[in-house]
Design a protein around this ligand. Structure first.
Ligand SMILES: [Cu+2]
Length: 200
């Protein structure tokens, strides 16, 4: 709970800091000494040794073209940055219609790819306990990547997540982010699947 509040509050700083993190700003695998932030001292992302990141920018994939959904035609920017023993993920959406203002819904990292009109192809949530064989499997913000989204008056929505595990590469089990119709409940359920953001 505390971790998530911190993550949400830090998203703005996270996104701007990511842009200035040498390992991410360059070709993606550049060397850095990790001590270049004296004017940003105490800024938490400096404590994470980023190894690499997955990024996507573009229109979301419609998982149900037969019905109108608030996410139709929305543009997404997603980034998942992997550290040594944790990851940070950021999701930004823009281009919602005016009447979508105030709409709340959940999104999660899923295992399968985005295919138009095939919501089930995106598979289940990526769950780190399932991936590593840990029992009993926990379904929460410490084992899965969840985003809580609320559409602003300006037609945007965004959220961030910090997780205590390394999110795998897309081909190894974290292939997409699925946007759902409802907010995420305690069991990780968020209703139907409206759109999908490919990470592969
Ligand atoms: Cu989901």
């Amino acid at each position: 709970m505390k971790r998530h509040a911190w993550a949400a509050a830090g998203l703005g700083a996270l996104v701007s800091t990511l842009a200035f993190t040498p390992a991410l700003a360059g070709s993606g695998h550049g060397e850095h000494d990790g001590h270049d932030g004296h004017d940003r001292a105490g800024h938490w992302p400096q404590e994470i040794d980023f190894k690499d990141a997955t990024r996507f920018t573009g229109e979301v994939t419609d998982l149900d073209t037969s019905t109108d959904a608030p996410t139709d035609g929305v543009e997404a920017t997603a980034i998942i940055a992997r550290g040594v023993d944790g990851s940070i993920a950021g999701l930004k959406l823009r281009g919602f219609e005016e009447e979508a203002s105030g709409t709340q819904f959940g999104a999660h990292v899923h295992t399968g790819p985005c295919v138009e009109d095939e919501p089930e192809t995106a598979g289940p949530h990526y769950n780190h306990d399932v991936a590593t064989g840990r029992e009993p499997v926990r379904v929460d913000r410490s084992t899965e990547v969840w985003f809580d989204l609320v559409v602003s008056d300006g037609g945007t929505a965004g959220d961030g997540a910090i997780v205590p595990f390394v999110v795998p590469e897309p081909q190894d089990g974290a292939a997409s982010i699925v946007l759902h119709e409802e907010p995420t409940d305690h069991d990780g359920e968020a209703g139907g699947r409206s759109a999908c953001i490919p990470l592969d």
